[in-house]
Design a protein around this ligand. Sequence first.
Ligand SMILES: Nc1ncnc2c1ncn2[C@@H]1O[C@H](COP(=O)(O)OP(=O)(O)OP(=O)(O)O)[C@@H](O)[C@H]1O
Ligand SMILES: [Mg+2]
Length: 239
Amino acid sequence: MSPLLSIRGLTAGYGGPPIIEDVSFDVAANEIAVILGPNGAGKSTVLKTIFALTKVLSGAIDFEGTDIASRKTSALVTLGMSAVPQSRNVFRNLTVDENLDVGTYAAPPADKAATREKILELFPDLRAKLKQPAGELSGGQRQMVAIGRAMMCEPKLILLDEPTAGLSPAYLERIFDLLLDIRKTGVTILMVEQNARQALQIADHGHVLVNGGNFASGTGKELLADEDVRRSFLGGTPE
Ligand SMILES: Nc1ncnc2c1ncn2[C@@H]1O[C@H](COP(=O)(O)OP(=O)(O)OP(=O)(O)O)[C@@H](O)[C@H]1O
Ligand SMILES: [Mg+2]
């Protein structure tokens, strides 16, 4: 089966020299794929490039077989793509419910109430907080609001940039469990993660990026067992 998302020879940046160069990988429908790599490797830039927030210099991005490299972000949302940025990913002065509603603006779901209900079933913690400003929530709960907002347009693919950044190990597990639940609803997930070992345990495929280029790709299991990847990115000894 052809991949949901296919990235070929992607070179992109912010107007100056390229930040990512000749990056290639595929994301299959309904998988969890993770991008790993050191700080500054260009992980966020890859996600931003897929979501049309950088300048593509060369290469192709195919989504469901259509080249989307020159589409605008709003058009990508309509095609079924959604994203949660690495920081400032909720409207702190808006309530949780209002934050979820913002997620419907670019591409309203067919039945907004039903979509909201489905999301609250996935994120039961948010139900009691609907009328509270998102800025008053804990970091983990804010992350849930951000992911919930991204789910409100009924996306086929969500791009998540470090969904567990700054969270306690217990919360990290809850977020990863949630991602597995989201995947069960048919959504494909491409995420960047610093918690490499845990991420590879739930990911179908991982893509390691170094200095803006491909370093290694494989299944979660393959990368966990790969000597070079382990030494450089997973802190040495196997579990
Ligand atoms: N808006 C921008 N304008 C110019 N350069 C940028 C911009 N955003 C990022 N960069 C540069 O691109 C490079 C890669 O940054 P990027 O944020 O993609 O890395 P990352 O792998 O996500 O790092 P981290 O793990 O710290 O989040 C860095 O050198 C950074 O300074
Ligand atoms: Mg980043």
